[in-house]
Ligand binder design. Structure first.
Ligand code: SAH
Ligand code: SF4
Ligand code: F3S
Length: 474
């Protein structure tokens, strides 16, 4: 059963292609009424998974005849939402209020909501009650049937709501529109089984499901044939990739196979859970010419007591030993992290432990978050930390993080490194912006035709968290 279901579902795929054809008809009808191509705006909140999902939405929207624009004053607006922290939710409600203003002026306007926030029943109730002008709501598990849902939306005046609790179905190979021609994210697995006690992701993204290696390889080969030179393998915990397949395979082995793909130049992945980072993976990273020198290794807390309450399944000492091992084998590996401040029961002493880890590891960058209580997670019923203590701790941590990051980033001043040129600089069109293997940004004089190329760049000047440089001959 599991095998058949988790494989690419070709029957479902062809059904969805027929809905794309049908939706085209509805969009043509709107087009006739408006006397122009209808416009559409997809706004993405949250992580790389959501960004990739939005590329799937845009692929279908373009296929059915929408013109994609940046402005939310469009004929169709879609919010792909995140619920990892409460402020992400609040932003969505605020923006929805603004959309209602646009909708009053545009009777053709449609509004859709999807993504992680929609997997929470309380959110759906609130939208039905307070935002009845929304036309379509769907969740994370049924995004593959977006074309079908579009048809339902056009056929109904009432709000269409379709939320699934979980799924084993994986339907890839529908149209996608990449944001960048030269780099792409690729889902290698979906969901999460870790249940860190603060985190809502396992509840809104469902159980862990890995894609089959041959399907991942095929997708990457197609992307490379289409001009992609850098890929980012996506999963909530890539280190446990493949464990549940009927022919289990390790993440390290998958990487080895991907390394063989000709024309592919850079491989990135996120996120790695420290508890599952194997020696085999360190070995593969060390040997690889393509895997980037950047590892995102979320710490969350440096206090073993708090880590245990978080259900992270490693201690401060184990984390430090792991970093030590990686740094010994691969000295130029940049390490970044995520840290939560104010988890229930965290004392100023616990935070000192976290700051101690920051100083010992010397992170190249760290994303620091104030703990946000998520309904339904185990931590929500634990005793919460007073606001003032959290604020004070957050500021101290941020200072430590910035000091280390500044020092780390500056290490390569004066050297020549490879950078993938990503875009013309937004503020100064005589510059282009590139990314080093270790994820540091460099700005250099250049032109749009360099975009997508890997150049040798001299890192002349370090300005805090980025470099100013110039291209040099190989
Ligand atoms: N799967 C990834 C993280 C996904 S969420 C991992 O395990 O590393 C991204 C980050 O959001 C987490 O690393 C964590 O630092 C933060 N986060 C998750 N839930 C949170 C919460 N309730 N409050 C504050 N930050 C949270
Ligand atoms: Fe959330 Fe933990 Fe899963 Fe990451 S590993 S998504 S933090 S439960
Ligand atoms: Fe947010 Fe969902 Fe990602 S909750 S962080 S968008 S998996």
């Amino acid at each position: 059963m599991g095998e058949v279901k988790s494989r690419q579902n070709t029957e479902e795929l062809s059904r969805q292609f027929s809905y794309i054809e049908k939706a085209k008809g509805y969009v043509e009808e709107v087009s006739r009424q408006l006397n122009r191509k209808p416009t559409c705006c997809v706004t993405t909140f949250g992580c790389q998974m959501n960004a990739r999902d939005s590329e799937k939405l845009v692929g279908i929207l373009e296929a059915v005849g929408y013109e994609m624009i940046e402005s939310e004053n469009a004929d169709f607006v879609i919010f792909n939402t995140c619920t990892v922290r409460d402020n992400a939710n609040q932003r969505v409600y605020g923006r929805l209020g603004e959309l209602n203003g646009h909708k009053r002026h545009n009777p053709h306007m449609k509004i859709a909501l999807c993504g992680c926030m929609m997997q929470e029943p309380t959110v759906i109730e609130k939208i039905q009650k307070s935002y009845p002008f929304v036309n379509l709501i769907f969740g994370t598990h049924n995004i593959f049937k977006f074309a079908e849902l579009l048809c339902t939306m056009f056929e109904n005046d009432r709000m269409t709501v379709d939320i699934w609790q979980d799924t084993e179905t994986i339907v890839e190979d529908l149209p996608k529109r990449r944001k960048y021609p030269f780099k792409s994210g690729i889902n290698i697995m979906f969901g999460c089984n870790n249940f860190c006690s603060y985190c809502i992701v396992p509840y809104v993204r469902g159980r862990e499901r890995s894609r089959h290696p041959e399907e991942i390889i095929r997708e990457i080969k197609n992307l490379v044939a289409d001009g992609v030179v850098e890929i980012m393998l996506l999963g909530q915990n890539v280190n446990s990739y493949g464990k549940n397949l009927e022919e289990p395979i390790s993440f390290a082995k998958l990487l080895k196979e991907i390394e063989q793909i000709e024309g592919l130049q850079r491989i990135r992945f996120m996120t790695s859970h420290p508890k599952d980072l194997s020696d085999e993976l360190i070995e593969v990273m060390q040997q690889s010419k393509k895997i980037c020198r950047h590892l995102h290794l979320p710490l969350q807390s440096g206090s073993t007591k708090i880590l245990e309450k978080m259900n992270r399944r490693y201690t401060k000492e184990q984390y430090l030993a792991l970093v030590n091992k990686i740094r010994t084998r691969i000295p130029d590996m940049a390490i970044t992290t995520d840290i939560i401040v104010g988890f229930p029961g965290e004392t100023p002493e616990d935070l000192e432990e976290t700051i101690d880890v920051v100083r010992q590891v010397k992170y190249d960058n760290a994303f620091t978050f104030i703990y946000s209580k998520r309904t339904g997670t185990p931590a929500a019923s634990m005793e919460q930390v007073p606001q003032e203590q959290v604020k004070d701790g957050f500021d101290r941590l941020l200072k430590a993080v910035q000091e280390c990051a500044r020092e780390q980033v500056a290490k390569y001043r004066g050297s020549v490194m490879e950078a993938l040129i990503e875009e013309v600089n937004e503020n100064n069109p005589s510059l282009v912006t590139g990314r080093l293997s270790n994820n540091t940004i460099v700005h250099l004089p250049g032109t749009a035709d360099m975009i997508g190329q890997i150049c040798q760049v001299s890192l002349d000047e370090c300005c805090g968290f980025y470099y100013m440089g110039h291209a040099v001959e190989k």
